[in-house]
Design a protein around this ligand. Structure first.
Ligand code: ZN
Length: 66
């Protein structure tokens, strides 16, 4: 499996959807931790990059390839 590529402002899908029923998250901060914001309810969470890579399912919209 090739490593997942993701970047700032990408819209990603996680393995588990947010309790609000939306499974679209925007990457709003990149670093040792990644901050993502739910596109449904605007709730944002910060998770360690390694954990994010495990929990992220796929990139829906890549900001760099748009
Ligand atoms: Zn939400």
């Amino acid at each position: 499996m090739e490593p997942k590529k993701f970047g700032l402002n990408d819209i990603v899908e996680m393995k588990k959807q947010h309790p609000c029923g939306t499974n679209k998250w925007k990457i709003i901060r990149m670093g040792a931790d990644v901050r993502i914001k739910c596109e449904g309810c605007q709730h944002s969470v910060m998770i360690p990059r390694r954990e994010f890579e495990k929990k992220m399912k796929k990139v829906l919209i890549s900001a760099s390839e748009a």
